[in-house]
Design a binder for this molecule. Structure first.
Ligand SMILES: NC(=[NH2+])NCCC[C@H](N)C(=O)O
Length: 344
């Protein structure tokens, strides 16, 4: 059996997915890069999370992933997992030191566009080696024909983390982005310029992808797009009703029907401060154009989807606010059926 990489949007029928793992989850030092992204309370120092709490979050998240794996497998989707041995290890560059915080979110560190899988130049220092747990999968996909490459490794000096009035951004000195900054729509890719992605990162991606793709710069939220906007299928969007208004939807998508998500249920958080907002509740994974997997307790989101004719498959997902990501962040669709098309 060959395993190839192919995915150009978030809605074509899903065949293979990589799920993250909570094993080894390690709260990293509260350095300038972490402050910039997570915005902890100003007086927050390095956290001392008691071992019992940390273990409970890890165990319950792995239980949730086991349930999700069951759900996906019974829908005919092949589920792959990382090797987490490097998580929690300390490392240093010539400029700074950090620790590998987790292997939870392949969506953030790996960008799949067609048969390419691109290692993202992530701005947070505790994420510098986040693709390591996925290396054996990458090697396998490469051997099966995928095009595997990495953006230039950034240096991430302190000057990277700049603030502009109204929005924190990252400096333009080197290409930077998390893969989850991208909203993929066939030949059109929307790149969220924010505190997890800069214009030079968009330019790098545009040049790498060449003339088959258009990379549009947008700025719709402070970091990744998946708690703000999803394309459910051509013509249908799922949008955050607190962050967006119709005129803030990216221009080319503005005429599409939009499900305006009501404020999701709050799952709370187990660590000292949350690493994500309640909007991880709208961070969904599509099995196809009519079916999405949704956190089980998000009953209003589920109802809103079903009212629009979308089947919502519920699955437990308890700790998104604790570790900072939802179902979409924790999964990476490496293969979907369907070709490269232009929808806009
Ligand atoms: N790909 C991700 N890790 N996304 C999670 C982003 C969470 C977002 N900052 C929020 O609080 O709403």
């Amino acid at each position: 059996m060959t395993h190839t990489v192919w995915s150009v949007n978030d809605w074509d029928p899903l065949e293979e997915v990589v799920l993250g793992s909570a094993a080894g989850l390690t709260p990293p030092p509260v350095d300038v890069s972490l402050r910039h992204f997570f915005e902890p309370p100003a007086d927050a120092g390095d956290e001392r999370i008691d071992a019992g709490t940390l273990q409970r979050v890890v165990d319950e998240t792995e239980e949730d992933f086991a349930e999700l794996t069951e759900t996906l497998t019974s829908a005919g989707v092949r589920v792959r997992r990382p090797d987490t041995t490097t998580v929690g290890r300390r490392y240093a560059t010539p400029e700074w030191e950090s620790v590998a915080m987790h292997a939870l979110m392949p969506r953030d560190c790996l960008l799949v566009i067609g048969d390419r899988v691109i290692e993202a130049p992530m701005p947070m220092r505790a994420r510098y080696f986040e693709t390591a747990p996925f290396r054996s999968l990458l090697r396998e996909y490469f051997d099966a024909g995928a095009s595997w490459f990495s953006a230039p490794k950034p240096l991430l000096p302190d000057e990277t983390y700049v603030y502009e009035p109204g929005a924190s951004v990252v400096a333009e000195d080197e290409p930077l982005f998390d893969a989850a900054n991208m909203l993929r729509c066939g030949t059109d890719i929307f790149f969220n310029v924010s505190n997890t992605g800069n214009r030079r990162g968009a330019a790098w991606l545009r040049r790498q992808l060449g003339s088959d793709f258009r990379v549009h710069e947008i700025s719709i939220c402070s970091d990744h797009v998946g708690t703000t906007l999803h394309i459910l299928r051509p013509g249908l969007l799922l949008a955050n009703s607190e962050r967006l208004t119709p005129d803030r939807i990216p221009g080319p998508l503005r005429s599409w029907k939009t499900i305006w998500v009501d404020t999701p249920e709050d799952d709370g958080y187990a660590f000292d401060w949350p690493r994500a907002s309640v909007w991880v509740g709208m961070n969904i994974l599509a099995l196809g154009p009519d079916t999405v997997v949704v956190p089980a307790n998000q009953t209003r989101v589920i109802k809103q989807l079903e009212n629009a004719g979308i089947t919502a498959v519920p699955t437990s997902f308890r700790h998104g606010r604790t570790f900072g990501g939802g179902l979409h962040c924790c999964s990476l669709d490496v293969r979907r059926r369907g070709g490269l098309e232009t929808y806009l």
